[in-house]
Design a protein around this ligand. Structure first.
Ligand code: AMP
Ligand code: ZN
Length: 115
């Protein structure tokens, strides 16, 4: 299902411009508008899901999205150096866009704890 008010639904539908890096039948990957690392890509399902909470009901999609992140990371040349995969959930998790997305961050050392 698509929400016409949701920016990531609109990117998936092609009605909001984005710097796409890869697409598939169930997901799209595009560069973050405000990159926090030299490589900062968001992988999102085409279907509107609010957050990772909704993946409990769809483990096949969960697997497809994580496999997509790994594939994009390899294509971005991050496999040797390593990278970080993040999904923020809800208010205290720091989620600002209510459409499930995995952040792929790489190209610089990541610190821990992330804050
Ligand atoms: P989060 O805070 O985890 O919900 O992450 C939302 C991310 O989406 C932020 O890193 C934003 O910079 C990014 N973002 C918001 N709108 C767009 C957009 N139209 N195109 C690309 N990235 C976006
Ligand atoms: Zn959406």
């Amino acid at each position: 299902m698509t929400d016409p008010t949701c920016p990531f639904c609109r990117i998936a539908a092609g009605s909001l411009p984005a710097d796409l890096v890869a697409t598939d039948e169930s997901w799209v990957a595009f560069r973050d508008l405000h990159p926090q690392a030299p490589v900062h890509v968001l992988v999102v399902p085409r279907r509107h899901l609010a957050s990772a909470v909704d993946l409990e009901a769809d483990p096949a999609l969960a697997g497809a999205l994580l496999a997509a992140v790994v594939r994009v990371a390899r294509r971005e040349g991050l496999e040797e150096r390593g990278y970080r995969v993040v999904t923020n959930v809800g208010r205290e998790g720091g989620q600002t866009v209510a459409h499930l997305h995995f952040h792929l961050l790489g190209g610089r050392p990541c610190r821990w704890p992330p804050g």
